[in-house]
Design a protein around this ligand. Sequence first.
Ligand SMILES: [Zn+2]
Length: 476
Amino acid sequence: MKCDLLLKNGVVIDGTGNPRYRADVAIHNGKISAVGLNLQVQAATVVDVAGATISPGFIDVHTHDDRLVLADPSMQPKVSQGATTVITGNCGISLAPLGRTIPVPPLNLVADDSAQRFESFREYFDALEKTPSAMNVASLAGHTTMRAVTMQELDRPANASEIAQMQKLVQEALDAGVVGVSTGLYYAPAQAATAEEIQAVFEPLRGTTAVIASHIRNEAEQVLEAMTEAMSIANALGVRQVISHHKVNGRANHGRSVETLALIDEASTRGDVCMDCYPYVASSTVLRQDAVEQAARTLIAWSTAKPETAGRYVDELLTEQNLDLTEYLASLQPAGAIYFSMDEADVERIMAHPETMIGSDGLPHDTFPHPRLWGAFPRVLGHYTRDRKIFSLETAIHKMTGMPASKFGLKDRGVIAPGFAADLVVFDPEQVRDCATFTDPKRPAAGIQRVYVNGIASWRNGASTGARAGQVLRRS
Ligand SMILES: [Zn+2]
């Protein structure tokens, strides 16, 4: 047997959650061709990875990389972590089919005046195939984007003709191959949308394998009500649901993940519900006063009006002003921030739940980004798995690979087995750790030795190889 590449003497953690085993992995034509001890194959390239772990490449299920995959196709913040696939279009925000529509916040997290715009997912996917990035891309279609395209005033529910237009956009996106849709009811342009509107707009999902990813209306006092609202929509349509970046915000709500996870368990008896989460006690999004007031502290991630404030805390900045909080925050807009608003015990409890996947929720265009952009996956492997021991390495890998591939319907991905795509990461389980911090947020992780995307080396010896082997992953 011949192959392009042979990774020899590794420890395979295959993504299914099953125990690790010693094996060689052979790769041919972008796919895994054989897995086993002492494979007798004629390989064009042999790499001895003795002592290292070989796992499927990580699937970042929660990203806002819609523009980054085109603007910086090296995708270093993600490839450096061992990720090989990103799912874009989360939180109701997708670059397609925004077209030339003005990107009101939070759509400005992915779209700006310099960016290429797309009238449809077909156009977006065509552009990605013409100029591939270093990673595979699957996408969700954002409800807020569709509202912005369809409605003149966003501060009311959609009327019947607007719903019909949005349904058409959903159907086009599904036909183009999106893996699902997303909502962001927390954000102003979607706050006026009712559950009835969303259910009607997403009607084309009925009977399909597409998912609904929900950034729910409230993650603080009304978290249970917001989850119930979101779950009722997916349940009525009979489709799988992903509760996005699940968390409970605000000191008064610390500990309430006990209640939210019980609600998920109860809902799982009726429908198909899972979650994603990122491994930090701070969240990050556009600058909002309610979020600042809820947080113990707030760090500015970017500000168009006062760029010099990026990387500084609001409480410190405020002491240098003669302004009250409302006036001062207004003077920074448009802006984004990092909010220290969660409890460590909640983060661990949510991450350890069997229906939780890992997603970075990184914001790649921020001046001073939340460190999750560069550190989420290695932080789970190092801090939470090796040091805190909240679950086994096999479980951690499953939450990053086999589980997301299955939840999002990514065929032949996320598992090490013959016939599956050769999306692989080779890492040192003793050394892997996140290096990005809240004071130095753009540092690549340690311990990630090699990353292969569709069989092509994309990250090696701490640097990008320059390969652009990513594919568009369409719903099959
Ligand atoms: Zn979100």
